[in-house]
Design a protein around this ligand. Structure first.
Ligand SMILES: NC(=O)c1ccc[n+]([C@@H]2O[C@H](COP(=O)([O-])OP(=O)(O)OC[C@H]3O[C@@H](n4cnc5c(N)ncnc54)[C@H](O)[C@@H]3O)[C@@H](O)[C@H]2O)c1
Ligand SMILES: [Zn+2]
Length: 340
């Protein structure tokens, strides 16, 4: 995957005059991002726009089918190019369609949320949910190009910024140097007065790219990126089931909170650092009370492909920058967790 800017995209597309271009977006990126995109990439003037409703519920096979239908009706062929302009929902769906439509067409990801820039648009995972269970169907599909254009971040609401920040906190816990940088500044993702700390964002992007390069298909090391995610996915599933508004990053923040708690008891993660992390997470996020829906959480953990029979594999930390992959956690460990 190449990370590029919009002028590179303009040059790339100008060499593909015969390819039909489709731009997948939602109502928010239509309003806030499409004008910026067209202004910078005139090759996209007149491209076919495919708009879907924003939100996690759009990540479904029926939406994928509708979109494929629309593309076929607009005479899409093997040479067509699909451009995903949006957050992780859009880049996940777009990447998925590009990998299956006519057995594969070119995909250009243009992440417009912080979360999609530092996480969702990197690493080739695509997919949709089945019912309320997340990412059950998907593919690995490397984007032809991924464009990072920071100006898109300016229209994000604070809640969406914090959503992406959770993934930045995650990678900082996986890398001592990043943690030190994160520590030195109060909130490098959200310092509105001075703007975003693009250098820090860039470092987070580089960290994920490095891990993915080592282990694209998640046979080993890439698993560390799931830190906080086993519980996060369960929290997200519970939220979808109960119609509670919960963002991925918010779920990850709570997932990391409990993963650190487990790391303290199981792996002697240093208490002083744990306290710092709890403080950081509590300051920025509402920590979900795990005991409130513990049975549902356990059901969803059991549905996770990584787990068998009430025995769950978690990523824990021995220390900052020292992840432990596949630590076995049992139901009782979770039932015994204190709520914050
Ligand atoms: N493939 C992966 O490796 C991977 C990794 C992490 C997350 N994900 C997936 O990503 C999804 C979450 O991504 P997300 O948080 O970006 O969600 P999202 O795509 O739903 O975007 C969040 C909201 O922000 C709006 N938005 C997007 N860009 C905007 C902009 N520039 N200005 C104003 N509003 C804007 C969107 O319309 C939406 O309402 C989840 O489905 C998750 O599973 C995938
Ligand atoms: Zn995530």
């Amino acid at each position: 995957m190449k990370k590029q800017n919009l002028s590179f995209l303009q040059d790339f597309l100008s060499q593909k005059p015969d390819s039909k271009k489709f731009i997948l977006l939602d109502e928010n990126t239509y309003t806030h991002c499409l004008p910026i995109l067209i202004e910078n990439v005139e090759e996209l003037y007149g491209a076919e726009v495919l708009e879907i409703e924003s939100g996690e519920r759009s990540k479904s096979l029926s939406i994928v089918e509708n979109l494929c239908q629309a593309m076929i009706e607009s005479s899409a062929d093997k040479e067509s190019i699909l451009i995903s302009l949006g957050g992780g929902v859009i880049t996940d769906i777009g990447g998925f369609i590009a990998s299956i439509f006519k057995r594969g067409i070119q995909h250009i990801a243009i992440p417009t949320t912080l979360l999609a820039m530092v996480d969702a648009s990197i690493g080739g995972k695509t997919g949709v949910n089945v019912g309320e269970v997340k990412n059950q169907i998907g593919t690995f599909n490397t984007n032809t190009i991924t464009c990072i254009h920071y100006e898109f971040l300016d229209s994000l609401k604070k809640r969406q910024v914090l959503n992406g920040a959770a993934e930045m906190i995650k990678v900082s816990l996986l890398d001592e140097k990043l943690w030190e940088k994160l520590d030195a500044k109060d909130s490098p993702w959200n310092n509105k007065k001075e703007g975003f700390d693009y250098k820090f964002i860039e470092s987070c992007i580089k960290f994920k790219k490095r891990i993915v390069k080592e282990d694209m298909y998640e046979k080993g090391r890439r698993k560390i990126l799931n830190f906080g995610h086993s519980l996060a996915h369960a929290f997200e599933s519970v939220a979808l089931l109960k119609n509670i508004d919960l963002l991925h990053g918010e779920a990850v923040a709570s997932g990391m909170f409990y993963a650190i708690m487990l790391s303290e008891t199981k792996l002697s993660f240093p208490n002083d650092k744990a306290q710092e992390i709890y403080k950081l997470l509590k300051k920025n996020y509402k920590i979900i009370d795990i005991q409130e829906d513990i049975d549902l959480v356990i059901n969803y953990l059991n549905a996770d492909k990584k787990n068998i029979n009430n025995e769950f594999r978690f990523i824990l930390l021995e220390d900052i920058g020292k992840p432990y992959i596949n630590f076995h956690i049992i139901k009782d460990d979770l039932i015994n967790l204190k709520t914050p």
